[in-house]
Write a protein that binds this ligand. Structure first.
Ligand code: FAD
Length: 416
């Protein structure tokens, strides 16, 4: 491998959704980017494994249908999205309580007002926040000057301790993958707005359909698999097999830790939030509707439980339901099974364990001061660029927006 052809002046390292989105934008503007991907498939942290009759995502993830960048580039109809019910059910330690979304399920208004989770004051505050945030653009949210940890922000907004602990902490802790809610309030506002304006959805064929759909927009030879990049220096990319490539511009679209090591800039790596995910099957589903169940009891390791096969039929090709249990820290299988018995009683004995995923590098930490949201420079050197969820927001949306921004900046430089 030597000099790339005349048109292929941009090389991208990494075929996660950031690298793929970057390549699509470059291609749409007349360039022919090439991606070097270390593994044998696209998707990075968004992968789905076939396991017997089930599709197992590597960690519970959802696409929020309100994501702007995703809506603009993904074909939601082709993804055949199945949605979870808005709101959640909350395990209180002794029973399940429902939190519905009266804006999208008006018939549930009275049930929601009477729900034991949160006082009337808490519910009015949620309504106010919803009104305030849905009037703002994402850019206005990102530009918020006073950043602070989410837990401090929620206290400032005046939510009761009970509501924070039984609903807001398990809900957002499960999204941020950290129960202490140290994550930036900008991220909270952004995610809150996305949940207010859309649904949490799963593609019928599993989350990996998202990067696969992006990859299908690129020519087959635009991605070189099993091609880990070892070193970047000036215009030279050195692959692990020793071969060299000399693009005009290089975009580092790897995960945060690999980006820090490839660029020689340790400050890029600000630490990770981890999660574990255990899959079980049972028949029938333990829930009546496709919903996300939160652990509002303050006890145990389980953060949330979802039944992907209730939301999107493709997750199970038999009558069996697929249960996804997300946990904080790595509890043993015996611990989780015993906790499931407190949630579901004797029905839990019928849950058959399938597989577990321990994901140590799930989400880049995003605390106040860590910034992101386009505030980090996307240029590391005269011909070296960087994108990924760690530059924007720790989400599919953030990764893709970051990829597009870098492509636009390169095109501006090249007059494309
Ligand atoms: C368990 C879990 C739950 C999540 N939940 C949600 C959710 O519900 N909603 C949401 O929006 N987001 C969620 N996310 C976050 C979302 O998946 C990520 O933000 C997004 O996928 C990151 O994409 P990326 O392209 O920036 O990075 P990555 O997906 O990490 O892609 C980087 C790519 O670079 C490749 N690479 C690394 N080093 C090299 C090298 N040296 N040479 C060549 N290639 C290299 C990797 O193999 C990989 O393919 C979740 C993530 C996890 C793990």
């Amino acid at each position: 491998m030597g000099k790339l052809s005349n048109e292929s002046t941009v090389a991208i390292v990494g075929a996660g959704v950031a690298g793929l989105r970057c390549a699509i934008e470059l291609q749409e503007r007349g360039l022919k980017p090439i991606i070097f991907e270390a593994s044998d498939r696209v998707g990075g942290r968004i992968k789905t494994d076939q396991f017997h009759e089930f599709k197992l995502d590597r960690g519970f993830q959802v696409l929020l249908t309100a994501y702007d960048e995703c809506r603009s580039v993904l074909d939601y109809d082709e993804l055949d999205l199945g949605c979870f019910e808005p709101g959640a059910i909350v395990w209180t330690g002794s029973k399940f309580a429902q939190i519905t979304d009266p804006w999208r399920r008006p018939a549930s208004f009275f049930r929601s007002a009477r729900s034991p989770i949160g006082s009337l004051n808490d519910k009015l505050k949620i309504a106010n926040l919803r009104q305030r945030l849905t009037r703002k653009s994402n850019e206005e949210i990102y530009a918020t000057s006073k950043d602070e940890p989410t837990f401090a922000y929620l206290h400032e907004l005046g939510y009761s301790e009970g509501f924070i602990n039984s609903f807001l902490r398990p809900f957002y802790g499960g999204i941020f993958l950290e129960p202490d809610l140290r994550t930036s309030r900008i991220m909270f506002d952004f995610v809150f707005k996305m949940f207010a304006q859309g649904y949490a959805a799963l593609p019928r064929g599993g989350m990996e359909r998202i990067p696969l759909q992006l990859a299908s927009k690129l020519p087959k030879n635009a991605i070189r698999f099993n091609a880990p990049v070892e070193k970047l220096k000036g215009h030279t990319i050195t692959l692990e097999d020793g071969s060299k490539v000399f693009p005009d511009h290089t975009v580092v679209a790897t995960d945060m830790s690999a980006a820090a090591s490839l660029s020689g800039n340790a400050t890029i790596d600000r630490g990770w939030n981890r999660t574990s995910c255990l899959y079980f099957s049972t028949e029938p589903s333990p829930f009546k509707k496709p919903c996300i169940a939160l652990n509002g009891s303050g006890l145990g390791k389980i953060t949330n439980i979802a039944v992907p096969s209730d939301a999107a039929a493709g997750y199970s090709s038999s009558d069996a339901s697929l249960i996804c249990v997300s946990t904080e820290g790595a509890g043993s299988l015996a611990e989780i099974e015993s906790e499931l018995k407190t949630w579901f009683g004797p029905n839990a004995s019928a849950f058959r364990f399938l597989k577990r995923y321990d994901i140590l590098q799930a989400l880049p930490r995003q605390q106040p001061g860590d910034n992101g949201y386009g505030k980090h420079p996307s240029r590391l050197g005269p011909n070296l660029w960087i994108c990924g969820d760690h530059r924007f927001s720790a989400s599919i949306e953030g990764a893709m927006a970051s990829g597009r921004h870098v492509a636009e900046a390169i095109c501006q430089e090249l007059g494309k």
